[in-house]
Design a binder for this molecule. Structure first.
Ligand SMILES: Nc1ncnc2c1ncn2[C@@H]1O[C@H](COP(=O)(O)OP(=O)(O)OP(=O)(O)O)[C@@H](O)[C@H]1O
Ligand SMILES: [Mg+2]
Length: 293
């Protein structure tokens, strides 16, 4: 019964909210630090708070959000690129009603898109009728031009780091590139696979010390997600840990993260449609190519 009431309340909140849209890019430089798990669980946790969330799998070559969530999309972004399906047609509904935009895995042409193809994806977004509160973008590892374009088009860049030297150096390299070459001045840092709150803070401190010294950027600490076997179990069971094990430490941390993200100041001037995001992507994807060439 209380579930029904919660559903109704969430539905009502969805109906009355039509404010600006927040676009979050989840990135980190290094592979395997937890970007996809963060994207998935943050999306589901934000939806549990009543937000309308779209989750874009922007790991264009090795997409795996669909696998992570046990979804079986028939079509993905590669079909949109080939002109076989519209973006609307490939969207699948995930847990808590999140709208998932799946990408292809193992389709080689997806990692080396031409500017026209890149623009094709971006154009497809401008035709979407969905009104959203938040768009979460799960980016690939590395510092490819796609990672750069998606990060630049977002208002918030979430950098996921874990306690490994290579994670810190890769995160630093990504922040440096996005700052020096593309003028991004603020980054939100989320530490993953930490044991304690102190370890999370210390890890953030390590990164902040280097960026403070060498770069003119502002880092904000978003908190930590503990290392948790429940998350591994959830991954195996193809579920979001916030749903499979809602009382686990990782799930609680993701819920805290969602509340924190929900309370960040809203961007100004961005309507509840994706037009602005599309325009920024279009503008930036071609510029990024020039710089990275
Ligand atoms: N908080 C955590 N606790 C325990 N294991 C974790 C945690 N976060 C991530 N992992 C483990 O790390 C694996 C990789 O996570 P994930 O796929 O989210 O990383 P990624 O950064 O998206 O990787 P890629 O760069 O390949 O896209 C997960 O399948 C899980 O086994
Ligand atoms: Mg990933």
């Amino acid at each position: 019964m209380s579930e029904v009431r919660d559903d109704q309340a969430a539905g009502l909140r969805r109906m009355v909210r039509a404010g600006p849209i927040r676009v979050l890019a989840v990135t980190g430089g290094k592979g395997g630090v937890g970007k996809t798990n963060v994207s998935v669980n943050l999306s589901v946790a934000l939806a549990e708070l009543g937000q309308r969330v779209m989750l874009l799998d922007a790991d264009l070559g090795l997409a795996n959000i669909d696998v992570m969530l046990g979804l079986h999309p028939q079509f993905d972004l590669s079909h949109v690129l080939r002109g076989e399906r519209s973006l609307e047609e490939i969207i699948v509904t995930g847990p808590e009603g999140i709208q998932v935009v799946p990408a292809a895995s193992g389709v080689r042409e997806m990692v080396s898109l031409t500017p026209a193809e890149h623009a094709g994806i971006i154009h497809a977004f401008s035709d979407l009728g969905h009104t959203l509160d938040t768009l979460v973008i799960d980016t690939a590892a590395g510092i490819s031009d796609a990672v750069v374009s998606f990060s630049r088009a977002a208002q918030e860049v979430i950098v996921v780091v874990c306690d490994e030297p290579a994670s810190l150096t890769d995160a630093y390299a990504l922040i440096k590139l996005l700052n020096r070459e593309f003028g991004i001045g603020r980054f939100r840092v989320l530490t993953n696979m930490v044991q304690t709150a102190q370890e999370a803070r210390d890890l953030y401190g390590k990164l902040a010390r280097v960026t403070d010294r060498y770069l003119d950027v502002m880092l904000n600490f978003l908190g930590g997600i503990p290392f948790d076997d429940a998350l591994k179990k959830a991954v195996k069971g193809q579920k979001a840990v916030v749903q499979a094990f809602p009382r686990s430490r990782a799930a609680q941390a993701f819920k805290n993260l969602a509340r924190k993200v929900d309370s960040l100041p809203m961007p100004t001037g961005a309507s509840g449609h994706l037009q602005f995001f599309v325009e920024r992507l279009l503008q930036y994807s071609s510029e990024s190519r020039e710089v990275l060439r």
